[in-house]
Design a protein around this ligand. Sequence first.
Ligand code: GLN
Length: 508
Amino acid sequence: MTTELITATAAELAARLAAREISSVEVTQAHLDRTAAVDGAVHSYLHVDAEGALASARAVDRRRAAGESMPTLAGVPIAVKDVMTTAGLPTTCGSRILQGWIPPYDSTVVARLKAAGLPILGKTNMDEFAMGSSTEHSAYGPSRNPWDLDRIPGGSGGGSSSVLASFQAPLATGTDTGGSIRQPAAVTGTVGTKPTYGGVSRYGLVALASSLDQAGPCARTVLDTALLHEVMAGHDPMDSTSIDAPVPAVVEAARRADVAGMRIGIVRELTGEGFQAGVQQRFDEAVRHLVDAGAQVVEVSCPSFVYALAAYYLILPSEASSNLAKFDAMRYGLRVLPAGDDDPSAEQVMAATREAGFGDEVKRRIILGTYALSSGYYDAYYGSAQKVRRLISDDFAAAFASADVLVSPTAPTTAFKLGDKLDDPMAMYLNDIATIPANLAGVPGMSVPSGLAPEDGLPVGLQILAPAMQDQRLYAVGAALEARLQAAWGAPLLASAPDLTAATAKGA
Ligand code: GLN
């Protein structure tokens, strides 16, 4: 019974809750029990809120018992990335500088989850301030990949991907500035969407790079991802970049899973060299499945994509250095007084606090960004990067003239071992080579599982990209592929993941 409750999809749980066959308290408790059993090994959570989740579950159960008509996902529990403010619950963003900070307000995303009746299980681990591809930059220690506990679950949202892959939650939230929803989904065999920029409110998200940041849904199936997308998305007057237009019909597209006649563009620059053989193989097979489902394949070229990583690592640090200036020891979290000084100046306190409170990767990017924005260099670095950004948008526009969606492998390799890339920032940055262009252009993207790489038995993800405001196309293609692959495999991919209870009992 309990196993059924934690392996069920959110859509199944929602249907059984609506039929009152199960209660939200049972479902929520089953997930909390699972966390007690396995999170010692996986470390998906920075903070678990058992009491709060159960209180919300009880409230949903009461309203349902009273005959109230409830939103679709009411009673289905969710895990929230620790970058999103939660009133009364810690929000650290994986950083020591925010240790102990309890936000006085909910981010819009969290407010919408609450209004839709989703009990919040806790806050998930992440690379500090969402900088990274492995969660190893979290100040609170890394999360682990449920497929192999010695490997990374992706980043920055590795807490959210591992929470799903270890069946501690059926749904999770993420944010994607350069791939932090899609790459973790790819390496854990889960699904994640970065919506069109402006599709989901950024109000109450701790900002990394404001022109790239986008919150989105994470789940184990395409339909579940769509159901959560619908709850999170929609116009918000509190975010000036929020799009004031109807939310794309993502749930309908996920249910129809229809790709007949759709033109699928393969981006020449995002395949082949640099991609692990098994990743490329699963990608090629997935494309064949889409063709069998009635899609047409076209090859497209996006020549400026080769400059995307370089442009991103100028734009992101520039915006981040400015966004992170607010952590000044006066307004939030940590305050460190310089040793041996009885009467330090405000600047000395700021310097001591930022020195102690930020990790190496964050400092690296603050220095890079400050340099790129400094007078005399601004045009050469930040200005040039913005020009490249325009060229990338032009490449997308040209590609979408001949294709309805674009596809590529999500990440160049399967999950690597913890520690393997930690001392090599460039190797770490290269994980996002295929995901970054979408953030620079603001277009939506999704990662869906495309199988296990034959050489290491680890999950591979396929990335789908669509024009801005056409998020529903991601779901049509994702759901069509998922249906075909699961029919071929005979079960969802995660059904073949290792049994973590055994690993935990062994003290792994
Ligand atoms: N890995 C990328 C980076 O380190 C992406 C981060 C993100 O999407 N938040 O910047």
